[in-house]
Write a protein that binds this ligand. Structure first.
Ligand SMILES: NC(=O)C1=CN([C@@H]2O[C@H](COP(=O)(O)OP(=O)(O)OC[C@H]3O[C@@H](n4cnc5c(N)ncnc54)[C@H](O)[C@@H]3O)[C@@H](O)[C@H]2O)C=CC1
Ligand SMILES: O=C(O)CCC(=O)C(=O)O
Length: 450
């Protein structure tokens, strides 16, 4: 369709050198072809042109003092992408690879993901090219305070509500909230993913991983299958990976791998969750230390990965849960998974599979839950945290978990019913993109040209 082709060509000119952002936009626009062809209103209202341009992009300097007394400077970002459905909502990522293109891809995905939850939240994302690895607690605190010294004026409980992502967990949210409170004098629900001691919601920590497994469960159930006894590959060893592994065990599956940026652990007997939590949540060390407690496991260092992919996806298993980062699963990895008998993929990370890898899954007709549907449990539970804060209530673990299950089920149904409506019932990429798009686009039209 020349309209889509021209739109992407123009985007590349006006927003140069943002490869991940183009990738996310191309995937969505390809899926939207059938709805754009039959609904002139979206072109008349320039919905696509408006959707791919953030409402606001905030870029700022983050100066801070390290433990040696030297001043360091990082780049900070908050991209307020789309507020048609509610306040901007999305995490903050602290990682050295962060740049405007990565935050834009994440913010763009967040628009559709948040729409799919059915909750009143718009899309945004932020972060900094700060590397938390090896930093002292004092350095992390000073960085977070400096980050908020600028960001505080742009956020608020009904305007823009950040949360965590890679490199940002409850500790960082605590330091950022403290500084926000000091600067504004407000004690409000401006962040989610807060500590349970002061306004956090039960289940938020677990929600992305749990939700991703619930999504896999619903995909399997739709074909009369279950998770029981399934051997599962999980990548990553952070928040999403850990709680994906926890829920897989609870539902009778056997997670056999995890990974970090140093390499992959393969434990045929099943990954030991207590050891993993101790290494990553408490001691924050490299995964090879897992072998000390479990000499029967195998560690594959990154140096031994295949040139065209990631060792974790070359292992035999029934299901795959990419939970680390974008583009961590290549076309060759996807081919290896399918050849080894993998029957389903549920993405905990954002855009972990390359476009070619996604094609392999769709062509092979295996279950494929794209990140914006399968990992939406995190942001959905963030909205439940906002609802509890606003009504000064606190719901039990069971109550929140039950709501999370219902939300994930509805996302699965909405993506699969939309996919069927457009004649490709197995294609949840198409279904999720169109279902999310329709809600945002129609809201934008109703709200006029703004
Ligand atoms: N935390 C949340 O609620 C949500 C997170 N996500 C996505 O899930 C993914 C993981 O995020 P979190 O677990 O929150 O972050 P985290 O900081 O807790 O963990 C990230 C993990 O991925 C590993 N990792 C990073 N780059 C890697 C690489 N190149 N190779 C192998 N491992 C690598 C890190 O070592 C770390 O163990 C990201 O794509 C994030 O955007 C998506 C939805 C919500
Ligand atoms: O909980 C949130 O607000 C955001 C979670 C997030 O960053 C994501 O869904 O990728």
């Amino acid at each position: 369709m020349t309209y889509i082709h021209d739109t992407i060509a123009k985007l590349k000119k006006t927003s140069p050198a943002q490869a991940e952002f183009y990738q996310a936009v191309e995937e969505v626009l390809d899926s939207l072809q059938p709805i754009l062809e039959t609904n002139e209103k979206y072109q008349l209202h320039s919905i696509i042109e408006r959707m791919i341009e953030p409402e606001r992009q905030i870029m700022f300097r983050v100066p801070w003092v390290d433990d040696q007394g030297k001043v360091q400077v990082n780049k900070g970002y908050r991209i307020e992408f789309n507020s048609a459905l509610g306040p901007y909502k999305g995490g903050l990522r602290f990682h050295p690879s962060v740049n405007a293109g990565i935050i834009k891809f994440l913010g763009f995905e967040q628009i559709f993901k948040n729409a799919l939850t059915g909750l009143p939240i718009g899309g945004g994302k932020g972060g900094a090219n700060f590397d938390p690895k090896g930093k002292s607690d004092g350095e992390i605190m000073r960085f977070c305070q400096s980050f908020i010294n600028e960001l505080y004026r742009h956020i608020g409980p009904t305007t823009d509500v950040p949360a965590g992502d890679i490199g940002v967990g409850a500790r960082e949210i605590g330091y950022m909230f403290g500084q926000y409170k000091r600067l504004t004098g407000n004690y409000d629900g401006v962040f989610t993913g807060k500590s349970l001691l002061w306004g956090g919601s039960l289940v938020r920590k677990e929600a992305t991983g749990y939700g991703c497994v619930y999504f896999a469960q619903y995909m399997l159930e739709s074909k009369g299958d279950t998770l029981v006894g399934k051997r599962c590959l999980v990548s990553g060893a952070g928040n999403v990976a850990i709680y994906t592994i926890e829920k897989l065990y609870q539902l009778g599956a056997v997670p056999v791998s995890c990974s970090d940026s140093s390499g992959t652990i393969y434990h045929e007997a099943g990954v030991n969750l207590d050891t993993l939590k101790e290494l990553k949540e408490v001691r924050k060390v490299r995964l090879n230390e897992y072998l000390t407690a479990h000499p029967d496991a195998r560690f594959i260092p990154v140096a031994d990965y295949p040139a065209d992919g990631n060792a974790v996806w070359r292992l035999p298993a029934d299901l795959a849960f990419p939970c680390a980062t974008q583009n961590e699963l290549s076309e060759s990895d996807a081919q290896a998974l399918v050849a080894n008998g993998c029957i389903g993929v549920s993405e905990g990370a954002n855009m972990p599979s390359t476009q070619d890898a996604v094609e392999v899954f769709l062509d092979a007709r295996i279950h494929y839950g794209p990140g914006k549907a399968a990992n939406a449990g995190g942001v959905a539970t963030s909205q439940l945290e906002m609802a509890q804060n606003a009504s000064m209530q606190r719901w039990s673990f069971e109550e929140v978990d039950e709501k999370l299950k219902v939300i994930m089920k509805n996302i699965f149904l909405s993506a699969s019913e939309t996919a069927a409506e457009f004649g490709e019932p197995h294609n949840l990429v198409l279904g999720a993109n169109i279902a999310g798009f329709r809600k945002v686009a129609d809201a934008m039209i109703e709200q006029g040209v703004v």
